[in-house]
Design a protein around this ligand. Structure first.
Ligand code: PEP
Ligand code: MN
Length: 356
């Protein structure tokens, strides 16, 4: 049994712990109020000069027994926790946040709803190469009961010597094939000045991974009233992803969909690392529909169906997959596009799960 004075000292500590907690909580409430004021005034939440001044003052008043270094360390932890608190408060106020709007955003494409609980499949070639190529894909999609077709006209390629896409001509091809087969179309736009023009040709504007933080492009996308499919950047955190979506929504375009497409990690087994956890996290944090691109994330045909099922099981509102009539001759992503037979197998396997 502990001697009486040890017990007493421990009970003294317990009391001090509670007093510290009370003081910390009081401090945190003031921090929250400061955060709201900073937001109103548009000043940054992190103020390094103020933080240094506070630490200097604390060290100057320190009479021990803690060393100055320890005092700095302890208070830095408190400051860091306070900053996080202000950031959490701030995220609650983002328009894309679930805290701001509880109900799911449902993106409407003339009768096709994305985000209403019934997942959609978006398929099509990596690049629009010719009218005939797109017509062949459109015909297969139509037969399979798929209503949304993708196809890249402006291709953001790693090498400037690779096929860059047919540009506006490609958008015209998508429009023609889309209306012939009654399909909605999606295509990536890379230049802010092309956004209004794209509205005449396609039903959804895609903003690609490389452009997730192209803020001028995001602003231009926010200024039109066309659904936007925003891809997660190659090295973007979910917080950065949501802020990118906020750029669009804050300008009045509320029809935004998020799509996880894999992120860069050290893993070489897949083209990118599909971050499945992004799906439930984004669904929790935001009311926007969340989709998963199984082609660019995995880059592997052999695991695409499994990853699509995983994405749907995690709550994804849709899947994107690349399909080409003859992938071996494709002008981009030849190795990972499914031919029609592979696509049929993919679809059958995903459907067998009952998730699609
Ligand atoms: C695409 O979908 O055509 C594409 C280029 O994807 P990402 O931007 O995700 O690389
Ligand atoms: Mn591609």
């Amino acid at each position: 049994m502990a001697p009486k004075n040890l017990k007493q000292m421990r009970s003294q500590l317990d009391k001090i712990n509670l007093q510290l907690l009370e003081l910390l909580s009081e401090r945190a409430r003031i921090v929250q109020a400061i955060g709201r004021e900073k937001e109103k005034q548009g000043v940054p939440r992190f103020d390094p000069v103020r933080e240094r001044d506070m630490l200097d003052e604390l060290v100057a008043s320190n009479k021990g027994p803690f060393s100055h270094e320890t005092v700095r360390h302890l208070f830095k932890q408190i400051f860091q926790a306070s900053l996080t608190l202000q950031q959490e408060e701030h995220i609650k106020h983002l328009l894309v946040s679930r805290k701001k709007r509880r109900e799911d955003t449902i993106v409407q494409l003339d009768g096709i709803a994305i985000g209403d609980g019934k997942p959609v499949l978006i398929a099509g070639p990596c690049s629009v190469e010719s009218l005939e190529q797109v017509r062949q894909v459109a015909s297969v999609l139509k037969q399979t009961g798929i209503s949304v077709m993708r196809g890249g006209a402006f291709k953001p390629r790693t090498s400037p010597y690779d096929f860059q896409g047919l540009g506006v001509e490609g958008l015209k091809i998508l429009k023609e094939a889309g209306s012939e087969f009654g399909l909605k179309t999606i295509s990536e736009i890379v230049d802010p000045s092309h956004i209004p023009l794209a509205c005449d040709y396609i039903d959804v504007i895609q903003i690609g991974a490389r452009n997730m933080q192209n803020f001028e492009l995001l602003k231009a996308a926010g200024d039109v009233r066309k659904p936007i499919l925003l891809k997660r950047g190659l090295a973007a955190t979910l917080d950065e992803f949501l802020h990118a979506a906020e750029y669009i929504v804050s300008r009045g375009n509320t029809q935004v969909m998020l799509i996880e497409r894999g992120i860069r990690t050290y893993e070489k087994a897949t083209r990118n690392t599909l971050d499945i956890s992004a799906v439930p996290i984004l669904k929790q944090e935001s009311h926007l529909p969340v989709l998963v691109d199984v082609t660019h994330s995995t880059g592997r045909k052999d695991i695409m169906a499994a990853c699509a099922k995983a994405a749907l099981a995690a709550g994804a509102d849709g899947i994107m997959v690349e399909v080409h009539p003859d992938p071996a001759t494709a002008l981009s992503d030849a190795a990972q596009q499914l031919n029609f037979e592979e696509f049929a197998r993919f679809l059958a396997e995903v459907k067998k799960s009952g998730l699609l």
